[in-house]
Ligand binder design. Sequence first.
Ligand SMILES: O=C(O)C1=C[C@@H](OP(=O)(O)O)[C@@H](O)[C@H](O)C1
Ligand SMILES: C=C(OP(=O)(O)O)C(=O)O
Length: 460
Amino acid sequence: MDVHVTRSELRGTARAPPSKSYTHRALLAAGYSDGATVESPLISADTRATARAVTAFGGSVAPAGDDASTGGAAETESDLAGADALAVEGFGGRPAVPDDVIDCANSGTTMRLVTAAAALADGTTVLTGDGSLRSRPQGPLLDALGDLGVRAESTRANGQAPLVVTGPLEGGEVAIPGDVSSQYVTALLMAGAVTDEGVEVELTTELKSAPYVDITLELLADFGVEATPVDAAGDPLDGATGAAGFSVPGGQSYEPAGGSYAVPGDFSSISYLLGAGAVAAAPGETVRIEGARPSAQGDAAIVEVVEEMGAAVDWDREAGEIAVERAALSGVTVDVGDTPDLLPTIAALGAVADGDTRIENCEHVRYKETDRVSAMAEELGELGAETTEEPDVLTVHGSESDLAGATVDGRHDHRIVMALSVAALAAEGTTTVRGAEHVDVSFPGFFDAMADLGMDVERD
Ligand SMILES: O=C(O)C1=C[C@@H](OP(=O)(O)O)[C@@H](O)[C@H](O)C1
Ligand SMILES: C=C(OP(=O)(O)O)C(=O)O
């Protein structure tokens, strides 16, 4: 699908979709349990992939309240559409050997978390994904599982999917780098809790994307599972930032209080709504975003970034509501070591702002659905933005950027599509964004929400 976005003024209220990161973890944690309800889940292409994996391991996922929820997996994936809550029948910490290959589609989170889950099974699991996912790095996780006594291989011996994993994993001590993906740590902690011996993870590098491990720790605690970040001396820390390692005792059971778990709103998705308001709210009007309650999400930093760029932002944390007014934005320097998914949004805002926006510590943003550093530099260039790309830094020269509508490529990447659509709101004329259907990965209702706010958008 192509979308054609014409410069427009926005007003009104949008609701943030539920968090993708929390939904993946909640579905899998419910799978590890004897069964649980996941309330207000994100139903998207990526979270469907995790639901498929839970089903492949012998659990089931169906809309809560449906007969299907007592009788097995939803017959077709579309059965999940529009569900306010999902009833998950778990596999009780013992994944069955899947009948078929697990297709993780476009979802890195699914592939990493499910690879470690597959290692628990007493047999062989095969995991694959789309072309993008089959080009992303899995080697450090395969090596770690190998060191823990599991056969974990890339069929092409290049550290990329398809993957073949033969368990069972019993636990132990393992060392892993933290600067490629935090999802390896999340995967080992979630699976480690149900091993016999538990898992001790030592980080061989600094941990990037650390708040995502905090999300994991928060969710594990809510499912009654203990896992602890530790410093170099082995002493416990409050959070993942600065951790030298992690420890998760074995023999634990997943069980959420009251049998259900509620997913909060998604701050990576909120970044597009907030960014859109900051560049295109009608003069004297606000754009309001609901579903913005605080959680462990590092991407809530977008609120400060947009404020620092000069927009008037009011975040009522208790009500979970953010109001933003448009302003003349100025460039900022932002370290995205903890918040890689904000890079496309900040780059788009930088193209609209006056002065330079310097996005630092971003090398790991190159290992996503696409190399998002190059993708944003090149596609914003098509709109007339000047950028400078270094391995670990993207600078957008807002003052030299005169944005005018053009045809840009969404690179089969939901975040590139949404960020370019935000930039298009401020570009002269009409911008065509190719491959816009990829928003289905994390924010299926994105263009509906934007149209409701007043975006002039045509889809074909
Ligand atoms: O664990 C998660 O839910 C995620 C972790 C981050 O990835 P990395 O840890 O690979 O940086 C983030 O980019 C991704 O969108 C979601
Ligand atoms: C990188 C992302 O997700 P994943 O790693 O799950 O593919 C993302 O949503 O931006």
